[in-house]
Design a protein around this ligand. Structure first.
Ligand code: ATP
Ligand code: MG
Length: 354
């Protein structure tokens, strides 16, 4: 049996079926990331696991025990929110030790556990300060520290870094990755951030409208999305998806079978910008985004659709320039008219090995 297991889990808010029979098995020590559009049910699902929102159907087991109806305080889970929810009048030490003090843990043990968490999180110099005397990143680390000292069976994070600026987010992300490596604690982490999902997760769970669309390792989802939704949700810029009927040129290449009414999906790195007249598609540059290490070239194609090409080199192209696009047919993901995968990509730059 899996360490944490959800079976047919349901949540109803009045007439809204917010979570629709979710099945998920999580192994001990895994780092699981929930992603999906706003309102798809990520926080609801996490809160149901935490015991903060009641489960209306199905079951939840942790470490061999049915905890579906168990009170949150008895579940042995710790949750870290986007809003740090620290006690403003308490010192960092008191915030971090609060749960242990409530549980009447021995003073010396508390001291040792808080010290250890503070060392891991670089909070030792701040233990006597109150939260308002800390930066946002430090406050977030206190919230994480408060979870660590409890040594829970599972850590639950709901967008813990979304209040931080980009640099601090990056640093704290690396800290969370190290923390997971050091503690090996089972973790479920909700995020909107693609980089967090791709870098932190052992497996990513893509949710949509209260249901799981696909579960897999970050690269499995990137390389072998099960449907058009996952294909376009994972990856920035998102996968280009064009009606197959608009790409008769591509259908001739490599003898690929584009399903009637279907779609062709191409990662930006699998479309190469060439001189006008070359390649399978012709178009005009709409926009060039020079990001330094990479360049994104938006091209209005003769099919009427705009596609984005990603290259690692700089370009002298600018809006209005005519260009050709060459596409490696083996890199194309084919979807049927319902957006289901009809044929996975088998090659292309996005899947090339080092
Ligand atoms: N307490 C509640 N009462 C009624 N509806 C709710 C409640 N909590 C959530 N919902 C609804 O359930 C659905 C899922 O909400 P949830 O907060 O889980 O989404 P989310 O995926 O976390 O979104 P976001 O990315 O915006 O945080 C939404 O349609 C939301 O409006
Ligand atoms: Mg949410």
């Amino acid at each position: 049996m899996a360490f944490l297991e959800l079976q047919g889990v349901e949540k109803h808010f009045g007439s809204l079926r917010a979570i629709k029979g979710v099945d998920l098995k999580i192994e001990k020590g895994e780092f699981i990331v929930f992603v999906g559009p706003s309102g798809c049910g990520k926080s609801t699902l996490l809160r149901m696991i935490a015991g903060l929102t009641e489960i209306d159907g199905g079951s939840l087991t942790l470490d061999g025990r049915d905890i579906t109806k168990l009170a949150s305080s008895k579940r042995d889970l710790a949750m870290v929110f986007q809003s740090y929810a620290l006690y403003p009048h308490m010192s960092v030490f008191d915030n971090m030790s609060f749960a242990l003090r409530l549980a009447n843990v021995d003073k010396a043990v508390i001291q040792q556990k808080v010290q250890r968490a503070a060392e891991i999180l670089n909070l030792v110099p701040y233990l006597q300060r109150t939260p308002k005397e800390l930066s946002g990143g430090q406050r977030q680390r206190v919230a994480i520290g408060r979870a660590i000292v409890r040594a829970p069976k599972v850590f639950l994070f709901d967008e813990p870094l979304s209040n931080l600026d980009a640099a601090l987010r990056g640093q704290t992300r690396v800290e969370i990755a190290k923390l997971h490596r050091d503690l090996g604690a089972t973790t479920i982490y909700v995020t909107h951030d693609q980089v967090e999902a791709m870098t932190l997760a052992d497996r990513v769970v893509v949710l949509r409208d209260g249901q799981i669309e696909q579960v897999g390792t970050p690269l499995a989802l990137y390389d072998r999305p099960a449907n058009q939704f996952v294909a376009q949700f994972i990856g920035t810029p998102q996968m280009n998806v064009l009606p197959a009927a608009k790409l008769p040129q591509l259908a001739e290449v490599g003898g690929m079978a584009v399903p009637a009414g279907g779609f062709v999906g191409l990662r930006p790195e699998d479309i190469r910008v060439q001189l006008a007249g070359q390649g399978q598609l012709q178009g005009t540059v709409e926009l060039v985004e020079a990001l330094g290490a990479e360049t994104l070239i938006h091209v209005a194609t003769s099919t009427g659709a705009i596609v984005i090409s990603r290259q690692n080199s700089r370009t002298t192209l600018h809006a209005g320039n005519p260009v050709g696009l060459s596409i490696d047919a083996t890199a194309a993901h084919l979807f049927d008219d319902q957006g289901r995968l009809a044929r996975p990509a088998s090659g292309g730059a996005s899947q090339a090995s080092a």
